[in-house]
Structures are given as C-alpha cells and as structure tokens.
Design a protein around this ligand. Structure first.
Ligand code: SER
Length: 314
C-alpha cells in the first residue's frame, strides 16, 4: 500500500486533513512532514524537515513508499508580504521540487491555490473560473505561477496534480495563520476571551469564505475523483459562503450578547480589496460533484462552541 505524505501538516488545512485521512487510512499509511518539533500529535508517522530540502523530500518519499502528496506547506498573504523572498522559495520553489519528484516517483499531488490568484482587474462578483489573473501580492504571484506550473507538469509529464483555489478558511483546531481572511478566526478568540475585537478590515469587506470541514471534504473528494472528471489542471474555483465582518459580528452577537467589534483597517485592507467578493465554482460542482454544507450561521455556531471548549480545556 502506497502511503500519503502531508507537508505543512500542523497548519490550518493540514491539521484537519490529517485527522480526516486518519479516519480512512491506517496510522502507518500517513506520513507528516513539518519543520516544527511538535511530534506525532496525530499518532501517524512523523518526519521533520524543510520542504525546500529536495534531498530530504526524496529520502522521505523513498523510505515510506509515498504515492500521494498533499503539499500544503506555505506562507499566507500577510506573511508573504513581510518576507517575499522566503514566500517565493517556499510557496513556489518547494512546489517545483515536489512536482519534479512526482515525475520521478509517479506521485499524485494536491496543491492549494487561493482566491489570492485573482487581482484588482478581475471581475469581483461571481468571479469566473477562466478570467484575468493579475494579482498584486507576492502570495498571489506565487499562486498564479504555481497553478501554471501544475498544469505544465500535467501536460508535459502527465503528473496527476490537482488543485483548489481556497477561499478564506475558518477552523478552530489550529491558531490562525498570518493571512488576510484570518480576521474571521481571530474574531472568535476576541469574542470568547473579552467579548470584544478590533477588526483589521473595514466592516463591509465582503470576501469568499468556507468552514474547514467543507474544505477538507472538497479536497478529499477532488483527490478521489477519476481522472476523466478533472478538466481543470491549473486550479478549480472553490466556493461556499461569502460575508463581511459586520455580517459575522451579527451572528456572533446571537451567541455572545454584548459582543463589541470596532474597525481599524490597516495594510491588510489593500490585500482584501484586491480579491473577489464571491466565486463562481460551477465547474467544480459539474466536474466532480462539489457541494458545501456549512452556511454562515452553522459555521459561526460550530466555531464559537468548538473554540470555547478548546480554550476551556487548556
Ligand atoms: N487565507 C488566505 C490569506 O488571507 C487566503 O488564501 O492569506
């Protein structure tokens, strides 16, 4: 049995993905790769290393007979603006290494793109699958280049690489990363600990969002679909809900009366303003049957209660 390698296994997507894969696979069929020293939190095989180290990647792939890689390691939008060179090396450089190893070892690969692949010149509402891709952030530049690289490796070397343009993802099992849509996670920490939060985006900043369980289900469904159903080898538009901070605040107030949110937009506003407000993901729904389960109300309730429990158990 060929094993699954998950890079960035302790990040927002990685954590929930490994837990979901764990329900389908035996613990010795999953290998995590992380640069941190947190070891075996998931009770699977754990390896330590840097995704930029191609020799180490190859060693792990050979040692564990890897057949599928979920290559999730990466810097988010805000972190990428702080360290553009590092973002280039990790977000794009390591993808190239994984794809080269995929050619050599016939690996199936998942790689996450993002709504950040779009830019200010893209249609903002119901953004189409095929449209202008002129992002103005380093993260977005990495995502567009990465999407094209994936498609190139599929055409030239028949690498079975699949990708989704993730919207802002919301989950409580890991602390929020250094991104722009992450206000939607920080806000729950504020609501639970102080019943207040200062939002770094304007109250009417509408962005495409998704509860993490939907993202994980979609990712696993895409990877399980037969190849003939995959017509997009750059990256699929992938949507669920969209909302603004003030709409999220209204929902949180229902669970935490008296919750107060004020707004102090900073440099992250510019990033958010360059992204779409809603996504047309009909191609994913048609091709491989994507559908989401969580609306804003359901997501808010699960986030609030889940995070509250997590914090009180600490
Ligand atoms: N959550 C990401 C970010 O804001 C978007 O893909 O950086």
């Amino acid at each position: 049995m060929k094993k699954i390698l998950v890079t960035g296994a302790y990040g927002l997507v990685g954590t929930d993905l490994v837990l979901a894969l764990r329900k389908k696979c035996k613990k010795n069929e999953i290998v995590t790769l992380s640069h941190s020293t947190i070891h075996n939190q998931f009770d699977v095989i754990s390896e330590k290393g840097d995704v930029r180290d191609e020799k180490n990647l190859e060693k792990i792939i050979k040692k564990h007979h890897i057949g599928t890689v979920y290559h999730l390691a990466g810097l988010l939008s805000v972190a990428s603006e702080k360290s553009p060179n590092l973002a280039w090396e990790i977000n794009l450089g390591s993808l190239k290494k994984v794809l080269d190893l995929a050619v050599k070892y016939k690996l199936k690969v998942f790689w996450p793109s993002s709504i950040a692949a779009f830019g200010p010149t893209t249609k903002k509402n119901n953004t189409p699958q095929h449209t202008v891709l002129e992002p103005t952030t380093m993260y977005g530049v990495n995502k567009v280049a990465g999407e094209l690289l994936c498609q190139y490796y599929f055409i030239k070397y028949q690498v079975d690489v699949r990708s989704l343009r993730y919207p802002g993802l919301i989950g409580y099992k890991t602390p929020p990363g250094d991104g722009t849509t992450e206000y939607s996670v920080h806000i729950f920490y504020g609501a639970i600990s102080d019943n207040k939060y200062t939002c770094f985006l304007k109250k009417d900043t509408r962005l495409p969002m998704m509860y993490i369980d939907d993202a994980i289900n979609g990712t696993i469904k895409l990877m399980g679909a037969s190849s003939e159903r995959i017509s997009i080898r750059t990256s699929y538009n992938f949507g669920a809900i969209n909302f603004s901070p003030e709409e999220l605040v209204e929902q949180i107030k229902k669970l935490s009366p008296g919750f107060k949110c004020d707004y102090k937009p900073d440099q992250r506003q510019k990033i958010a303003d360059s992204w779409p407000k809603s996504i047309d993901d009909s191609q994913a729904r048609r091709d491989w049957g994507w559908s989401h389960q969580y609306d804003l109300k359901k997501m808010t309730k699960i986030m609030f209660n889940g995070l509250k429990l997590k914090i009180s158990n600490k």
